[in-house]
Ligand binder design. Structure first.
Ligand code: PA5
Length: 452
């Protein structure tokens, strides 16, 4: 109900009749969700039910890494990095790496998701090769950024730790396809597999995210239990009883009214990178060109990342008074895991004294409600997903909820939410520019592009 209120409550909003008008389309989309879940096409929906022996293997390796290494570095990009980043930030201490070793329990964790030479060099400057393990994550085993990082690190390790270097590298990749699996087998790295039917941005609950999470001591079984619980809730064909479908239908109606921007605004620093993860999920899954009865159609909603309360002082002015082109989604938290009291000081200055005696939790929740209210007053579409607390179970729920929402919206829009031809085009152009064999024609195509 909370989620619906501001979609229905404003002049800009929707009525139950608008929802009812979509009943046939919803029925068809639900049919194809069920078909794909059961018969292939949405293998990521099985990840919450990952067999116990795979989980035990992940936990065993993670336990050893926690004992043996001081630093764990994930090399990966896009779907191979954003999920781990979101989950690590949500569930670890917010200054995890700066905690003393005994409080952390596990190694420091870095997620290197770029090839900016300054960033790579900076990381190598502060880590000790003798006590660092690298998890190279690439489903395709061929992404230029990740492979370049891997090549640099593999040589660096050989130089620094000698012929024992292979125990400092763990590969997470496709079981059969790509170059990484071949190298991993030849060099004898510990290897985990991304199930072949699971695309990058839907892979967080596979070993891509589970291994780094377990290395940080996150309860991965609890995270999967949360995701499984949500998955079962979202089996329901009735939109009013299925939170992912409800969200997707409202977004669909909003898109039909020209709401081309989807803001995600967590009111918790721990969920900050969920907005980044969601941005990729939303943009890559739904940003599609297709042909409708001979006409080219360009589909999608531009995701925007914001953080409450910080961005109230930056973006909310635009959200309340700018163009009517956005849906603002809040991620709110009922109970923060820490509380800080605001002391009763400066009682002679009423303009700040009123804050004394409250807590920061009260303040940030009031700010979230105040922003919701400002949007409602300005007739702006917004919804709130309320987490009782940020913990492994609710994080698992949130991942599955947003993935099913995205997939269901893809079905409603009749697009393929699981390919990314635009990303592949860029990858291929990079291969061509740097001289990968087999990409000569692409290179010629690039060289004949109009000058800037
Ligand atoms: O969602 C996707 O498919 C992409 O963002 C990929 O995750 C990203 O390009 C990295 O690909 P890979 O894991 O194959 O290296």
């Amino acid at each position: 109900n909370h989620m619906m209120s501001d979609f229905l409550g404003s002049r800009e909003g929707f009525s139950p009749e608008d929802m009812q008008g979509l009943a046939d389309r919803v029925g068809q989309a639900h049919g194809s969700m069920a078909e794909k879940k059961n018969n292939g096409g949405m293998d990521w929906r099985r990840l919450p039910f990952t067999p116990g022996h795979i989980l035990e293997e992940i936990l065993k390796v993670a336990q050893n890494l926690r004992k043996e290494f001081e630093t764990f570095v994930l090399l990966g990009i896009g779907g191979s990095a954003l999920g781990p980043l979101a989950v690590q930030t949500a569930l670890n201490h917010l200054h995890y790496n700066e905690l003393p070793r005994e409080k952390r329990g596990g190694p420091k964790i870095y997620i290197l998701d770029n090839v900016d030479p300054e960033r790579v060099r900076a990381l190598l400057d502060v880590i000790d090769p003798a006590t660092t393990v690298f998890n190279v994550v690439s489903k395709s085993g061929s992404t230029s950024e990740t492979m370049a990082q891997f090549m640099i690190v593999q040589q660096w390790l050989q130089e620094k730790v000698g012929n024992q270097y292979a125990r400092h590298i763990i590969a997470t990749t496709d079981r059969e396809r790509g170059n990484l699996i071949k190298i991993a087998q030849k060099e004898g790295y510990t290897t985990f597999y991304v199930p072949s039917g699971v695309g990058g941005r839907y892979s967080e609950l596979s070993p891509v995210g589970l291994l780094p999470a377990a290395v940080a001591g996150i309860d991965i079984k609890e995270m999967l239990a949360g995701a499984a619980y949500m998955d079962q809730l979202c089996e329901e064909g009735n939109v009013w009883a299925n939170p992912a479908y409800l969200l997707a239908v409202l977004q669909y109606l909003a898109m039909g009214r020209g709401k081309n921007i989807s803001v995600m605004m967590p009111y918790a620093n721990s969920l900050k990178y969920f907005a980044d993860w969601y941005a990729q999920l939303w943009a890559e899954s739904l940003g599609k060109r297709f042909n409708l009865r001979g006409e080219e159609v360009f589909m999608g909603q531009t995701p925007v990342k914001a953080l409450g309360a910080t961005d109230q002082h930056s973006q909310v002015q635009l959200y309340t008074e700018g163009p009517f082109d956005k849906v603002v989604g809040f991620l709110a938290v009922e109970e923060y895991r820490q509380e800080v009291a605001i002391p009763k000081t400066f009682e002679e200055i009423p303009g700040i004294a009123f804050l004394g005696g409250h807590t920061l939790g009260e303040l940030i929740k009031a700010e979230q409600m105040a922003t919701e209210y400002a949007l409602l007053k300005a007739q702006r579409l917004n919804y709130t997903i309320l987490l009782p607390e940020v913990n492994a179970f609710t994080v698992g729920q949130l991942i599955q909820l947003l993935e099913i929402q995205t997939a269901f919206l893809g079905e409603l829009l009749n697009i393929n939410a699981f390919d990314q031809p635009g990303v592949e085009e860029g990858k291929n152009a990079t291969y061509a520019l740097l001289g990968r064999p087999g990409y000569e024609e692409k290179r010629m195509e690039l060289e004949s592009r109009p000058a800037k």
